[in-house]
Write a protein that binds this ligand. Structure first.
Ligand code: 3HC
Length: 328
C-alpha cells in the first residue's frame, strides 16, 4: 500500500514517418515550439504522460509540506517561524496550481488523490527522508528547492500550456525558498562549532537524496526520450543533475562546508565538476516504499483525506441543495 511502484509504460519514440498524419502534425507543432492547449487534439500517450508527470509533481508539493511542517512549531525565532509558515503555504499553492493543470487533461483531483493513496502514483523520493534538526530545514531549502528549481525553470518552456504557465509562478516562489534555505545554512555555518556541525550533518544526509531527485541516470530513464521529444521534459536527468552539482559545489565552499563526496572535483577539460553517482539501490528501495519515512508520509496524507471527509460531504450537500434554487 505504501509502495510508490507504478509500472513504467515508456516505449520507443516513433519517427515522423511512422506516425499517423494527425500525430505528425502534432509533433511538428511541438517541434516548432507551439503551445498545446487543453481542448486541442493530442496523442493519448502525450496526455497520459502529462497526467503522470504533473500529478506526481503536484503530489510532491503536497507531501513536501510534511518534513518542513514538522518544524513550524520549533523554528528558533518568530521571524524564522513566519518565513517557514509562508514557505509551507506556498507549497500547498503549488500543489493546487498543478492539480488544476492536471484537471485540464480530463482527470479529477479526487482520482489523483486516490491513485496516490493506493500507491498507484508516486511523489518525489526526497520527501521520504526525515528532518531531524533545524539545520535540515536549511538544507531542504538550499538543496531540495535548489534541485527543484534546476528541474522546473526549463519546464516554463514545456509544450503544454497550463503546465508551463503554472511553472512561472512556482519557479518565482521556489527561488525565494532556495534563498531562505541558504540563509539558514549561512547562519548555522557561521555560528557556534555545534551549529556548524549540525549544518555539515544536514548536508551529509541530504546531498545524495537531492541528487536522486533528478531521476535515474539517462540510460535507466524510461520516459526521458519520449518526454523530451514531446517537450514535456526539456532536459535529460543527468544533464540537470550535473548543472545542479556545478552550481552547488561553489556554494558549499562559500559556506565552508564539505560535500560528502571524495570524488567531487572541478574537471578543467569537461568544464564541469566530476562527482560520484548517488546510491541508486537506495533510490529504488525508496521508490519501492522502503525509505525511512514512506509509511509516515503516505499515512499522514491518507489521514488528512479521511479527516476532511465531513467537509467534502457538507460542501456536496450544500451544493445539491442550491442546485434547484439556481435552476428557478
Ligand atoms: N522520485 C520518485 N520517483 C521518481 C523520481 C524521484 N526523484 N525520479 C524518477 N522517478 C520515477 C519516474 O516517475 C518513473 O516512474 P514511473 O514510470 O513509474 O512513473 C521512473 O522513476 C523512471 O524515471 P524517468 O526518468 O523515466 O521518469 P521521468 O521522465 O518522469 O523523470 C522527473 C522524472 C525528472 C522527476 C520528471 O518527472 C520531472 O521532471 N517532473 C517534474 C518535476 C517534479 O515532479 N519534481 C518533483 C519535486 S517537486 C518539489 O520538490 C517540491 C518543491 O517544493 C521542493
Amino acid at each position: 500500500m505504501y509502495a510508490q511502484m507504478v509500472k513504467s509504460t515508456g516505449s520507443a519514440v516513433k519517427s515522423l514517418h511512422e506516425m499517423t498524419p494527425q500525430e505528425r502534425a502534432f509533433q511538428e507543432r511541438v517541434d516548432a515550439g507551439e503551445r498545446i492547449e487543453p481542448k486541442e487534439w493530442m496523442p493519448e500517450g502525450y496526455r497520459k504522460t502529462l497526467i503522470r508527470q504533473i500529478g506526481q509533481h503536484a503530489h510532491s508539493e503536497i507531501v513536501g509540506q510534511l518534513p518542513e511542517g514538522n518544524w513550524i512549531t520549533r523554528a528558533p525565532t518568530l521571524e524564522r517561524k513566519a518565513i517557514l509558515l509562508a514557505k509551507v503555504q506556498d507549497e500547498a499553492g503549488h500543489g493546487l496550481y498543478l492539480y488544476c493543470a492536471a484537471e485540464t487533461l480530463g482527470v479529477s483531483r479526487d482520482e489523483l488523490y486516490e491513485a496516490l493513496h493506493e500507491g498507484r502514483m508516486k511523489y518525489s523520493s526526497i520527501f521520504n527522508y526525515p528532518t531531524l534538526t533545524w539545520a535540515d530545514i536549511g538544507a531542504v531549502g538550499w538543496l531540495v528547492d535548489g534541485a527543484a528549481i534546476m528541474n522546473q525553470v526549463p519546464l516554463q518552456r514545456c509544450s503544454y500550456g497550463p503546465y508551463a504557465r503554472a511553472m512561472v509562478r512556482i519557479c518565482k516562489e521556489e527561488s525565494f525558498h532556495q534563498r531562505q534555505g541558504f540563509d539558514i545554512m549561512m547562519k548555522m555555518a557561521n555560528g557556534t562549532p555545534e551549529q556548524k556541525e549540525m549544518a555539515q550533518d544536514a548536508l551529509n544526509r541530504f546531498w545524495g537524496p537531492s541528487l536522486m531527485m533528478f531521476g535515474p541516470s539517462d540510460e535507466h530513464s524510461v520516459h526521458s526520450a519520449q518526454s523530451m521529444a514531446w517537450k514535456i521534459k526539456m532536459n535529460g536527468n543527468d544533464e540537470l543533475r550535473q548543472k545542479f552539482v556545478d552550481l552547488t559545489a561553489p556554494q558549499a565552499e562559500f559556506l565552508g562546508l564539505t560535500i560528502p563526496d571524495p570524488d567531487l572535483k572541478w574537471n578543467e577539460e569537461r568544464g564541469h565538476y566530476d562527482y560520484s553517482e548517488p546510491d541508486w539501490d537506495e533510490f529504488f528501495e525508496v521508490l519501492r516504499g522502503n525509505g525511512p519515512c514512506n509509511k509516515e508520509r503516505l499515512g499522514a496524507r491518507i489521514e488528512a483525506w479521511d479527516d476532511g471527509a465531513w467537509v467534502r460531504e457538507g460542501l456536496m450537500a450544500n451544493a445539491a441543495k442550491r442546485r434547484p434554487m439556481a435552476a428557478e
